[in-house]
Structures are given as structure tokens and as C-alpha cells.
Design a protein around this ligand. Structure first.
Ligand SMILES: [Zn+2]
Length: 232
């Protein structure tokens, strides 16, 4: 039992477990959502089609074996609240649990038969220190458990902040982001890797991360799994 779950267990003696969607009491500590909020979190099943919302957004930039999003991200939804808790309220368990659920949905797919590792998008060390964890890594760990492929948290790394971003132009900022991703450690020649992030918006981050791996290992095959794809 982790220290976090120990203290949450202990605090259950004094506080009820709360649904992360509506903050009403739920029966069990391992329950993220009440029945009503669970119904407000419809799964995104577009990965059943080879060309879908995820592959489309990366089309022409990153060749993919497979792309999937667990949910659709919209303002004011249960999905948004869960991701907010994962990123800003010290709840890596939300990432691990939703990652596990997602992995269970994906576990029988032939496209992922030869998957050899799961690569979370790295965050800056400073941000990791502030947050206490990398949210993409938490999701990757959940997926890992269900898909039987290891989490490769050191495959990519993030270089340090490059000064203030606010005074730079949009293009320069984008180039800065691209340059902030670098190869970590490991030989992934001929492997099938799954890149993992929390929310897919423009796709720039996944594009840059994937291309770092492709430049180093031209025969690597890539898939992408995100917790949520932002509606356009
Ligand atoms: Zn609820």
C-alpha cells in the first residue's frame, strides 16, 4: 500500500470518499465516480476505425500503427474535471485507474499484439517536482498493467525551460517546444511503442515526441493513446 492510499484510507475514518465528478459521497475509496457521473463519461470508441480522431490529427506528421482516445474532452464535463484533478490536485491515482480501464478496452486488439513498450510524454523536471509526478506516466502505468507492456519512462526526456515563453512569437514558441524533447535511454529498433499523453489538442507534442524516436530509430513503429481528445 502506498503512503498516499494509506492516508486516504485513514482519512476515510473522518471524511467520506467523494465522487470526482460531483463531490457527493460514494461508497468505496477506489470508486472514482458515482453512477450518475459515470454515465456522464461516455467512452470514445473511434479507435475501432483505423482512421479516427486521433490518427487524423497527426496525419502527415507522424505515421501511426494505431491511435486511440479513451474519452472526448469538452469544457464542463466529467472528463474535464477528472483531468483537472489528475493534473492539479495531486491525484496520480486518477491517471492510473483511467489508464487501466482504457488498457482493458484495448487489450484484445490485434493491432497491439506486438506492443513492446509504453512511452509517456515527459514533462520538465521542475514541473515534475512541483506536481510530484508526471501525469502521462501515471496513465502509462495504468495502460501498462492492462496491456502487459512495460512503461518506458526514460525513453524520452524533456530539456529545461528555455526562458520566458510569453515574449516570443508563436512560431518561435513552437520551435522551443519541439527542441525541448530529446531522446532518453534505450534501444527501440524494430519495436512497437505506444506514446501516451493526457489530452490531445493540436498534436504538436505527440508529433515532436514521435519524431524524436523515429529519427533515432527509423524502423520503430508508433501508436498513440491519449486519455482524451479535445473536440475541435
Ligand atoms: Zn458524481
Amino acid at each position: 500500500m502506498s503512503l498516499g492510499s494509506y492516508f486516504r484510507g485513514l482519512s476515510h475514518l473522518f471524511f467520506p470518499a467523494l465522487c470526482l465528478g460531483c463531490r457527493r459521497a460514494v461508497d468505496r475509496w477506489d470508486q472514482l465516480l458515482c453512477v450518475a457521473c459515470e454515465a456522464g463519461l461516455p467512452p470514445n470508441d473511434s479507435y475501432r476505425y483505423p482512421e479516427n480522431e486521433v490518427t487524423d490529427r497527426l496525419a502527415g506528421r507522424l505515421p501511426l500503427v494505431f491511435g486511440a482516445a479513451a474519452y472526448t474532452f469538452r469544457e464542463g464535463t466529467v472528463c474535464q474535471r477528472l483531468i483537472h484533478d489528475l493534473k492539479y490536485h495531486h491525484r496520480p491515482d486518477v491517471g492510473r485507474k483511467l489508464g487501466r480501464r482504457f488498457g482493458e478496452r484495448l487489450s484484445q486488439l490485434p493491432a497491439l499484439d506486438d506492443l513492446s513498450g509504453i512511452v509517456p510524454v515527459p514533462i520538465h523536471r521542475r514541473r515534475r517536482h512541483q506536481r510530484g509526478y508526471n501525469q502521462a506516466e501515471a496513465i502509462a502505468e495504468g495502460l501498462s498493467g492492462a496491456l502487459g507492456a512495460p512503461t518506458l519512462a526514460k525513453a524520452l526526456r524533456r530539456r529545461s525551460f528555455q526562458g520566458s515563453q510569453t515574449k516570443r512569437g508563436k512560431l518561435e514558441r513552437l520551435e522551443n517546444v519541439r527542441d525541448s524533447f530529446a531522446l532518453g535511454s534505450g534501444d527501440f529498433s524494430g519495436r512497437h511503442l505506444m506514446l501516451v499523453d493526457d489530452v490531445l489538442t493540436t498534436g504538436a507534442t505527440l508529433d515532436f515526441c514521435g519524431n524524436v524516436l523515429l529519427e533515432a530509430f527509423p524502423d520503430v513503429r508508433l501508436s498513440v493513446a491519449v486519455l482524451a481528445v479535445a473536440e475541435r
